[in-house]
Design a binder for this molecule. Structure first.
Ligand SMILES: CC(C)(COP(=O)(O)OP(=O)(O)OC[C@H]1O[C@@H](n2cnc3c(N)ncnc32)[C@H](O)[C@@H]1OP(=O)(O)O)[C@@H](O)C(=O)NCCC(=O)NCCS
Length: 183
């Protein structure tokens, strides 16, 4: 698998050496340390393993400070639509603009794949995430009753990736190369 994306983000003060790159199996212990702290119903490690190895529609990325994984996110890419499956920032790094940065990188990734629409599910009680998504062009489209064991889900959609994804898309190599394509 070619892993040619490793973007150094130089302008995110006060953080030094921030990198955005595809998630690797070796990252999963660090990912799970964050996952189990920030989600009330965390994924199992095997769920991430399946996504990384068996789901050809899945693209997962990590945000690192130097070598340390401090956030991650994933999308499923279909022909016309992307679905954001997860997004998290280490508790010690929250409220510093990094969730916003990671989401922007994800929107740029989807944009580079030629997709105009991205959707996600979020708990109505997750005010932080809802604000983050709303600030990046997502609107609530529907409410799915009982989606989570203990709560409904809001379906939020951003249908203007050509507007929102453009901002950081220039950071990726041009012409576009899919880092997940088998060589
Ligand atoms: C949601 C999450 C990724 C935000 O990450 P973050 O790095 O703290 O976000 P940022 O610092 O970039 O903040 C971006 C915006 O999110 C919103 N936000 C973030 N934390 C917030 C909080 N505690 N209260 C209210 N709004 C908040 C704000 O709108 C903020 O913009 P502002 O700083 O201009 O007010 C992070 O809280 C997290 O990992 N949560 C647990 C996992 C999760 O719920 N993921 C979403 C699953 S759908």
């Amino acid at each position: 698998m070619s892993m040619n994306i490793n973007i150094l983000i130089e302008d995110h003060s006060p953080h030094q050496n921030l990198h955005f790159r595809p998630m690797l199996s070796e990252d999963l212990d660090a990912v799970m340390r964050i996952e189990t702290k920030v989600f009330s119903t965390p994924w199992h490690k095997s769920g991430f393993e399946t996504e990384l190895t068996l789901n050809r529609f899945a693209r997962y990325y990590v945000l690192c400070e130097s070598d340390k994984v401090i956030g991650y996110s994933g999308i499923w890419v279909a022909s016309e639509e992307t679905h954001l499956t997860t997004l998290a920032i280490d508790k010690n790094y929250q409220r510093k603009g990094l969730g916003s940065l990671l989401l922007k990188m994800i929107l740029a990734m989807a944009y580079r794949e030629g997709i105009a629409k991205i959707s996600l599910e979020v708990r109505p009680s997750n005010i932080e995430a809802r604000r983050l998504y709303a600030a990046h062009g997502f609107k609530v489209l529907q409410r799915w009753e009982g989606y989570y064991r203990d709560e409904d889900a809001l379906i939020m959609v951003n249908e203007n990736l050509d507007e929102w994804g453009k901002e950081l898309a220039h950071r990726f190599d041009s012409p576009y190369e899919n880092p997940f394509e088998q060589e």
